[in-house]
Ligand binder design. Structure first.
Ligand code: HEC
Ligand code: HEC
Length: 315
């Protein structure tokens, strides 16, 4: 084979194998493991589908979401196999992983349980309880066949690391310049492209999850101000990649930035880490060096140099 042919062939093989990897990457294994481990994987799957109503987790949830609300289903109908940002394929292969937020190396259970007090607006479950192990088992099953690869950048799978930090940085630049006009534009985009599923007031409709606000009994409906989704830049990265449902990457960056500005300017529960942990005698080991952390809608805007009041009301 001459040199040029060899280069072309090598390139072709690399391309084909990366397609094969991508195709295999975004689906759960075809069968459950046998025996007790299979039962635990199925329990975990049940929990991530029904987190707010499942008997093992409902007391740790303070909204109407499930893990599947953000870790979307892929073509195989399994939670966390969606192609976009926050897929769980390969996630287990990256833990233990360094987390800047907790300033410790976190396990997969740590990472999942933290989502309960933030995205799920509840309390942090106890490590090594049945629910905690079952969720980790389900996510680990999705990583069967993935190569173990430690990640110095953050507690994300290799797939998410490729998409997420770069998109967050990109949107931060755009959102720093937001004005009241962007808020009004976002309101319009919300009405036209989101409200048909998520409700005019973000309250959710049928099986479509709520985005903000309270129900008639005064209970919060969605993620709180400590969730990744409550940060303008992180939410924009996620929305661009995943919404409108089934049409990820179809909106312009400016439209995404504006609609997220509108969505995250609405009311949601505040985050105070101390109130999210169980009493010391009950919570078990909390693997973190950080015990003080508070956020509000206002402080999340301030983090990007934005004045919530000015953005919302124009003065
Ligand atoms: C409101 C949206 C939302 C909900 C609900 C949610 N998460 Fe997440 N989760 C995210 C986002 C966004 C990220 C990545 C961003 C980050 O690290 O800041 C993430 C990251 C993760 C990761 C790391 C995945 C990786 O490879 O990058 C795990 C594990 C995880 N979540 C578990 C859970 C579990 C378990 C539940 C249910 C108890 C849950 N999440 C509910 C939004 C959500
Ligand atoms: C065709 C219906 C549909 C449209 C349109 C749509 N979504 Fe969603 N969205 C969903 C569904 C369904 C989920 C949760 C996936 C699941 O439960 O399987 C979701 C999840 C979300 C979540 C994370 C969960 C939560 O409730 O906080 C956010 C944020 C979100 N969508 C924002 C948007 C935005 C912004 C738009 C408009 C640009 C939009 N969506 C348009 C159906 C839709």
């Amino acid at each position: 084979m001459n040199k040029k042919k060899l280069v072309v062939t090598t390139a072709l093989i690399t391309l084909l194998s990366s397609f094969a990897y991508a195709a295999q990457e975004m689906a759960a294994p075809k069968t459950y493991p046998k025996g007790e481990i299979g039962k635990i994987v199925k329990l975990g799957e049940d929990i991530v589908n029904n987190t707010d109503t499942h008997p093992l987790t409902k007391d740790f949830v303070g909204n109407k979401l499930q893990c599947k609300s953000c870790h979307l289903k892929g073509a195989d109908g399994k939670v966390g196999t969606g192609k976009g940002i926050s897929s769980w394929i390969g996630t287990a292969a990256t833990f233990p992983a360094w987390s800047k937020r907790e300033k410790t190396v976190q396990t997969l259970q740590d990472r999942s349980n933290n989502c309960f007090m933030r995205s799920m607006n509840g309390k942090r479950p106890i490590i090594d309880t049945e629910a905690s192990i079952a969720i980790a088992a389900y996510i680990t099953w999705l990583s069967e066949g993935s190569k173990i690869k430690m990640n110095a950048k953050g507690p994300w799978s290799e797939h998410n690391t490729k998409l997420y930090p770069k998109a967050v940085k990109h949107f931060k630049k755009i959102q720093k310049n937001a004005t009241h006009e962007n808020y009004l534009a976002g309101k319009e985009i919300y009405k036209n492209q989101c409200a048909s599923c998520h409700g005019v007031n973000g309250e959710g409709l049928a099986t479509f999850p709520p985005l903000w606000g309270k129900d008639a009994n005064g209970n919060w409906l969605s993620y709180n101000t400590g969730a990744g989704m409550s940060k303008l830049d992180k939410a924009a990265a996620w929305v661009k990649s995943n919404m409108p449902l089934g049409q990820g990457n179809s909106m312009s960056d400016q439209d995404v930035a504006d609609v997220v500005l509108y969505m995250n300017a609405q009311e949601r529960d505040s985050f105070d880490l101390k109130k999210r942990l169980l009493p010391k005698e009950e919570m078990g080991y909390y693997n973190s060096k950080v015990f003080e952390e508070k956020h509000t809608v206002e402080s999340n805007f301030k983090a990007l140099g934005l004045d919530l009041n000015k953005i919302k009301n124009g003065k």
